[in-house]
Design a protein around this ligand. Sequence first.
Ligand code: NAD
Ligand code: 89V
Length: 347
Amino acid sequence: MGERKNVAVGIVGCGFYAQNHLHAWSDLRPEGALLSAVCDRDPARAKAAGSQFGVPWFTDMAKMLDEVRIELVDIATRMDTHQALAAIAAERGIGAIVQKPLAPSWEECVAIVDTARRHKAWLAIHENFRFATSMRQVKKVLDQGTIGRPTWARLSWRTGFDVYRGQPYLAEEDRLVIQDVGIHVLDLARYFLGEVDHLSCETQKRNPKIKAEDTATIMMRHASGAVSVVEATYAARRGDDPFPETLLEIEGDGGSIIVTRGEKMTVTTHGLSFEEAIGGPLLAWTSRPWHVSQEAVLHTSRHMFERFRDGLAADTSGEDNLKTYALVEAAYESARSHRSVKPATWT
Ligand code: NAD
Ligand code: 89V
């Protein structure tokens, strides 16, 4: 067993969702991820986080990096700040994890990845739906070949949960459901069925109180020949709301995987079906229904820490996440043009 290498971690952004990042890094301290400083341009938020987790607090990222030894910075601010903050880390050769969406546009996303590459700085995107407990189990069953080659899938994220209460800015975004949550489900579609050759998308704005689309239905043809349907809405009015779970059906040439509300998975192979209830006891700092997302933050942060420590790329590296973001842009273009669109590529 090699000597354990600790990694000094800093967090930038101590807002609504970053509370989960703060708890996750705190839980990872015994494994060698050492939260060493926090930063928020709002001094009250920065001080609250620093006090709660016993680390120095700052209101300026550059000052934090100048005064505290940080090897990996977790940028949990909103997308309009990501390019500037990621550049501050890259220019110092400090590794960066950036929350989704990477940026408000394809061009800015590419610029962030190019800047990190130019400075030979480690870059990953905190895309955590693929790290959700249930989604990791689905991937394990797929990789075992239990259902053979996946040929069709439906990935569904439909809720009426009041997402605007914790994230009021969502009601004002120029692009909403695809860029905010469709991005997660599109990433899952790539994760389970591989890269996409072309897609078609229809969007709807069903809530009169918000600015942008709140419903999207996307059909994709994958390079493998598989077809997937990706759905996302904040405007569902159903009982038993599955927020924030992704429900799915994946059919292969040897069986199927179905995930229903409450993280229940049914695997059918060779004509026999097996049910599995996924998920265990809540972590001390998580609560229903957000626990699904909160656990994913811990799994994601551990993955990022271990890959950075071992000098390896994250599964959701900057380059990988561009392939997901290209699907976001293609979906908006298809909804605008009413045509099938091939996702952009980047070299
Ligand atoms: P928020 O507005 O509550 O928090 C953002 C914080 O960043 C604020 O406290 C703000 O003061 C701080 N900030 C802004 N610019 C800064 C700067 N230059 N330096 C230091 N601090 C700065 O936003 P939120 O709802 O927590 O969302 C943050 C990000 O997390 C968004 O990109 C959102 O899409 C993402 N998010 C991801 C998930 C998920 O991973 N499943 C869930 C919810 C939100
Ligand atoms: O998970 C997210 O990215 C949040 C959502 C509202 C979808 O939970 O923005």
